[in-house]
Design a protein around this ligand. Structure first.
Ligand code: NAD
Length: 470
């Protein structure tokens, strides 16, 4: 059987399914191929969504145990039903993956299950072979978008066994709380999943190669976050270069051992390797089709997301840049608009990044170090949540908002927030940077009282040395 499409998208993650839906809206006969039956990609199946479900559940447990009494609540001992927590997480995932499948159906996007591999050109059409459970199936498409995403990276010397020594995929589904968990990497995944298991009772050791957590984040914000995470119980060991990790194979030995350069080996029950993600660009026939990859395996694309293979485009994690679902979605829409003959534009300076710990770490635009390096003159305004009425009322006092604005034009260049709901508060800053707003624009905008967003207004006032409540 051969089917012919205007567009075939390979990968049904946030980049791919959004591209497919936009293409269908524009009238393209569209199909999306994915080796998994469930749509939504890593983000929905084993990434953003299940991790947020566990972060929410574990934080509620901590709040019930430690904060409820202050609010006048009296409860007995609150235990942990881990299977129930995991079941809820699985339900959240199933609901959302089914939701994406139904969106694809509603838009008449054909969802083909199987591994796709680019073939040669047949006139203007590209042959693609999709190997599924029922065998191979050839389709032809005028355009192909590769949106295959990324997979967890590992380190030399680490033997991933898919169980005790694993990645985020395993850490989202441990069947018991590990007594001792070693997390390698203090980035997004290490801190989020480290927080989950710390809250559920594990002794969590986070080994980070660098002398700081969250590389790339504003240094002042990262340092303040690190202090809070340590207070919460994360044993963060900076400057720790991991040389290897393996499951102990001796008789009567059950755990794992992690080797660290210049330090004693660490015994633990489980190891979570969270040292970044690598592109899934192998096995797709890309190079045979003429699509160039860079030295790290990312697909090279031009400003319209076109690869060097005719009719083949690529978006999302597989092309590099911030490995974030919302960046991938933007690229999905922009790429399809371009294929349809429209303009392609994404403001990469206005892509926010959020770490969903408690407090959250959210940022958009330039960090203070980047401005210093570039020699950009800037003014800085910061405002702590503890001086905000709503934060007092909720009891979430930690953290602050920091705004960096151009010293001459007052244009907002960077906003960094450490605090509860920082991930929601950052939306205003994203809009400000997208619209080229100034710090003055921000503080002349009415911010409802009492809300946490008043800290953004106060930080903007502080840029001009005129915060009211400090
Ligand atoms: P990351 O790049 O965020 O962090 C990896 C960390 O591992 C870095 O701090 C790095 O210095 C450290 N590291 C590297 N080699 C090491 C070694 N040998 N020993 C010790 N530490 C070492 O990567 P991640 O946490 O694995 O996440 C992968 C990607 O997934 C990220 O790029 C992120 O964009 C995305 N993600 C995003 C979210 C979110 O948006 N909230 C959540 C999870 C993942």
């Amino acid at each position: 059987m051969t089917d012919s499409f205007d567009l075939l998208v390979i990968g049904a993650g946030p980049a791919g399914y959004v591209a497919a839906i936009r293409a269908a809206q524009l009238g393209f006969r569209t199909a999306v191929a994915d080796e998994h039956a469930a749509a939504g990609g890593v983000c929905l199946r084993v990434g953003c969504i299940p991790s947020k479900a566990l972060l929410e559940s574990s934080q509620r447990l901590v709040a019930a145990r430690t904060e409820l009494r202050v609010h006048g609540g009296l409860a007995g001992e609150i235990g942990l039903d881990l299977p129930a927590m995991m079941k809820r997480k699985d339900r959240v995932v199933t609901t959302l993956t089914r939701g994406v499948s139904s969106l694809l159906r509603k838009n008449k996007v054909e969802h083909i299950q199987g591994r796709a591999r680019l073939g040669d050109l047949d006139g203007e059409l590209r042959r693609v072979v999709i190997a599924g459970e029922q065998g191979e199936h050839e389709v032809q498409a005028r355009n192909v978008i590769v949106a295959t995403g990324s997979r967890p990276a590992t380190l030399p010397g680490i033997e991933l066994d898919g169980d005790r020594i694993g990645t985020s995929t395993e850490a989202l589904a441990y069947d018991a709380v590990p007594e001792r968990l070693v997390v390698i990497g203090a980035g997004y995944i290490g801190l989020e999943l480290g927080a989950v298991w710390n809250r559920l009772g594990s002794n969590v050791i986070v080994l980070e190669y660098l002398d700081r957590i969250l590389p790339g984040a504003d240094t002042e914000i990262a340092a303040a976050a690190e202090k809070i995470f340590r207070r919460q119980g994360l044993d963060i060991r900076l400057g720790s270069r991991v040389l290897g990790a393996k499951v102990k194979d001796g008789k009567d030995e059950t755990g794992c051992v992690v080797e660290v350069d210049g330090a004693d080996p660490i015994d633990c029950d489980r190891v979570l390797v969270a040292v970044g993600r690598t592109p899934i660009s192998d096995g797709l026939g890309l190079e045979e089709a003429g699509a160039a990859l860079d030295e790290r395996g990312f697909i090279r694309v031009d400003e319209r997301f076109a690869t060097s293979a005719p009719g083949v485009f690529a978006i999302g994690d597989v092309i590099g840049g911030p490995q974030l679902a919302h960046k991938a979605e933007e690229e999905g829409m922009a790429c399809v608009e371009g294929i349809a003959g429209g303009a392609v534009h994404i403001d990469y300076d206005a892509i926010p990044g959020i770490v969903y710990t408690e407090p959250e770490v959210a940022s958009v635009g330039r960090t203070e170090e980047q401005l210093q390096e570039a020699g950009t003159p800037y003014r800085k305004g910061a405002f702590p949540f503890r001086a905000i009425g709503r934060a007092r009322a909720t009891g979430s006092l930690e953290g602050f908002v920091k705004i960096l604005a151009h010293a001459e034009t007052d244009a907002v260049l960077g906003v960094h927030i450490l605090g509860s709901h920082a991930g929601d508060l950052i939306a205003e800053a994203v809009a400000a940077i997208s619209f080229g707003a100034s710090a003055e624009d921000l503080f002349l905008t009415s911010h409802a009282h009492p809300t946490l967003s008043e800290a953004v207004k106060e930080a903007a006032l502080a840029v001009h040395g005129r915060a009211i409540h400090m």
